[in-house]
Ligand binder design. Structure first.
Ligand code: PGA
Length: 252
């Protein structure tokens, strides 16, 4: 399956500047053998959707409420994201788990809400540095997956070690291989056959200099990119690394 290169803009981007960034990504990524997704702040979905219409670059939200509508001041439902032009949504990002106290149960409910609105969820999991040092990383990630994903889950999983997000530090390729194999086994055990083919993204300080190595790891189905997705040249260089990995896979 094609890899997915997803940009998480987080709380960055005003109208001015963002359309130029999205246009540069659209125009310099033409023909690449990977799926491309931008997840901008909600306020940018509509203008970017108009701009990216008929292009290969897809749009996603960074979160949604579990319910379709109701008295939830300040919240945005999955259907509203869909109306605004999103076809994907990131759920359970570690910044939301930490800043908004989102539990696995909340993420699970949001996955159902996203599904009902026709959005494809990207569910994020990952351990803290203390958990990794204590040798608990695999157990933590497995528990998050089992509690966050409904049994009939379809979508994408992103493994994002919390200590690698925005720090410039990454796990070694062999640590990524190890964790992604464990996630693969957990998905198969939890979901059945569909777990065999589900894309598992790696996220956490992916940049042009390490993208090729990380994307070539077995069971890595793409990348969730934060900081480097705010620079069109960096983001497209990461997408080109994915294209190169696809070309190698076809040749072998
Ligand atoms: P980063 O963020 O690439 O800036 O480390 C990744 C993420 O939080 O999704």
């Amino acid at each position: 399956m094609r890899q997915l290169i997803a940009g998480n803009w987080k709380m960055n981007g005003r109208i001015e500047g963002s359309t130029a960034l999205a246009a540069a990504i659209r125009d310099t990524s033409l023909g690449l053998d990977c799926d491309l997704l931008i997840c901008p702040p909600t306020t940018l979905l509509m203008p970017l959707a108009a701009m990216l219409k008929n292009s290969a670059v897809m749009l996603g939200g960074q979160d949604c409420h579990a319910m379709a509508r109701g008295a939830h001041t300040g919240e945005v439902s999955a259907a509203m994201l869909h109306d605004a032009g999103a076809s994907w949504v990131i759920l359970g990002h570690s910044e939301r788990r930490a800043d908004q106290y989102e539990s696995d149960a909340v993420v699970h409910a949001k996955v159902l809400g996203a599904k009902a609105a026709g959005l494809i969820p990207i569910v994020c999991v990952g351990e803290t540095e203390a958990q990794r040092l204590a040798g608990a990383a695999r157990d933590v990630v497995e528990a998050q997956l089992r509690a966050s994903l409904p049994r009939h889950f379809s979508g994408v999983v992103a493994y994002e070690p919390i200590w690698a997000i925005g720090t410039g530090r990454t796990p070694t390729a062999s640590d990524v291989a190890d964790m992604h194999a464990h996630i693969r086994a957990t998905l198969i055990s939890h979901l059945g056959d569909s777990g065999n083919v589900m894309r598992i993204l790696y996220g956490g300080s992916v940049k042009p200099s390490n993208a090729l190595e990380l994307l070539a790891v077995e069971n890595v189905g793409g990348a969730l990119v934060g900081g480097a997705s705010l620079d069109a040249a960096d983001f497209v260089t990461i997408a080109k690394a994915s294209h190169a990995v696809a070309a190698t896979a076809t040749a072998s």
